[in-house]
Design a protein around this ligand. Structure first.
Ligand SMILES: CC(C)(COP(=O)(O)OP(=O)(O)OC[C@H]1O[C@@H](n2cnc3c(N)ncnc32)[C@H](O)[C@@H]1OP(=O)(O)O)[C@@H](O)C(=O)NCCC(=O)NCCS
Length: 173
């Protein structure tokens, strides 16, 4: 198991094909997927395709939406860094958790670990993030780890979304 980063409560690890069953269950929940892209739950075929892409992107770039597990190995969701829109060049920080895991500060920990991995081992200078403007919990997570809101855009993922930015300088300031 390749662990990218961890806290006392959770770990970000490299995705594997074995993540299909737990992630397909989490991403079939309409409430969880409400603010992801067009807002539809994902069927198993789509989750399989996304895991395959996550495995490939990790191998090619050293970043991806890693699998988030608790200390017992229970899969709680995904989070990390990806070339935005699967193309880049900007790098997006993102996270999503199954509903049972909301409201306990996990997303903030995932965002901090991902941010520090980006500005540390990966040597990046700038991160972006996108949210649905009504996703107040996600906006709050991004603000807590230092992101600034930079306006609405329809460039990414075929939906109009709020954009966020964090540069290394902003953190140092
Ligand atoms: C959004 C999501 C990642 C948040 O995860 P989480 O682990 O509950 O987040 P945290 O507990 O770390 O932090 C949430 C913060 O938002 C706040 N918050 C929650 N609901 C809120 C609301 N409706 N309005 C304003 N703030 C809200 C919390 O109080 C907390 O802030 P605080 O620490 O200052 O009190 C989680 O709900 C999720 O995975 N949702 C489904 C997928 C998704 O939308 N992903 C993000 C796509 S951009």
């Amino acid at each position: 198991m390749t662990v990218i980063a961890s806290t006392d409560r959770l770990a970000l690890r490299a995705p594997t094909h074995g993540d299909l069953t737990p992630l397909a269950e989490l991403w079939s929940d309409p409430e969880t997927m409400r603010y992801i892209g067009p807002g539809d739950p994902w069927d198993e075929a789509k989750v399989r395709e996304r895991i395959e892409r996550a495995v490939r992107t990790h191998a090619e770039t050293g970043m991806t939406f890693w699998t988030v597990c608790d200390r017992d190995g229970t899969v709680m969701g995904q989070g990390g860094l990806v070339p935005i829109g699967f193309n880049g060049p900007e790098v997006e920080l993102g996270y999503r958790l199954g509903r049972a895991f909301w409201g306990r500060g996990y997303a903030t920990e995932i965002a901090r670990l991902s941010r520090d991995h980006a500005f540390g081992p990966l040597g990046l200078d700038r991160l972006v993030a996108v949210t649905h403007p009504e996703n107040h919990a996600s906006r709050r997570v991004l603000a807590k780890v230092g992101f600034r809101e930079t306006g609405m855009s329809d460039v990414y993922y075929g939906v109009r979304c709020l954009t966020h930015q964090l540069t290394r300088d902003m953190l140092d300031a």
